[in-house]
Ligand binder design. Sequence first.
Ligand SMILES: *Cc1c(COP(=O)(O)O)cnc(C)c1O
Length: 370
Amino acid sequence: MTQIANELSFSQKLNENPKSVVERDAILANPGFGDYFTDHTAVVDFKVDANGEGGWQNARIEPYGPILMDPAAAVLHYGQEIFEGMKAYRHADGSIWTFRADANAARLNASARRLALPELPVETFLESLRQLVSVDQDWVPSKDGDALYLRPFMIATEAFLGVRPAREVSYRVIASPAGNYFGGELKPVSIWLTTTFARAGEGGTGEAKCGGNYAASLAAQMEAEANGCKQVLFLDPNNDNAVEELGGMNIFFVFKDGTLVTPALNGHILHGITRSSVMQLAADRGLKVQERKITIDEWREGVAAGEITEVFACGTAAVITPIGELKTAEGTIASPANGIGEVTNAIREQLVGIQTGVVEDLHGWLTRLA
Ligand SMILES: *Cc1c(COP(=O)(O)O)cnc(C)c1O
């Protein structure tokens, strides 16, 4: 599908009924995660014209609200959808920044290619964030550790039940004030190892950030909850017992000598931007970082022998979360650290520090939004 190159500027239709300051302040005092949304949304439409040329058009900021969509819209039937997740952080001087947005833009387009959706020009992606955060800047929390979670997504809106890539697509961004993902203090979470379900496989969509992967993870998530765990760990279904990732977070192991190990990207692990940042910050500290295969057996034996001293998960929403015990159908692998481990904590503080503007951004990871 060829795309018409176009310079898009966003029109603005402001919400005539925004939430009151009192209501907004009450939400910001206790935002939780993903429960409340700001007053506006950014939208850009994509259409293929009669000559078969596709182009993005009608970029706009409009009031947040329900999407009017044909019941035959392809996304509702075949799940042609992708998304991103990032945060806007308020710095001490009031300015608002986001973290590695160029990487999110690139990943959105990688996901688009996999789901046969049109790529969005990087500049339009960045402008959609700037525009939305500018109109909704009062929604960016200033409380320590809180941020405005940004959710760009793309859906196939064409009303058509035949199976082919949709010729009408909509890109949108919504925003939601976010507190601590796991609610409060950083205590290790218990993880359930599913051997019933896989989230991804060779040639599948595991590397794309698409809703379908999350739908496919829910049954495993229920299994985890039934076993008293908050999160589920998936194995590589093609590679017996090799650890892959959680439903929405990548995983790291810290060894006694300070080496960090994370599963190598194998074509069906999501390329986490937090993952890549953790690897960079660990290397900056002089720690050895290995991307390689790590199995459940190595995990079990490593913890038992005191070789593995910390395990943590990472992703934009929860940043870095210590992993405690791993429960499996065949028994439990004990938590290596009591509370948050030293290396986990040091990298977390540095990462959050860069994001919130209190630690110098040596890698040029921040982009100013407002
Ligand atoms: C989004 C996501 C992650 C984390 O990626 P970040 O860029 O660090 O937020 C990890 N795994 C899956 C499956 C994801 O969807």
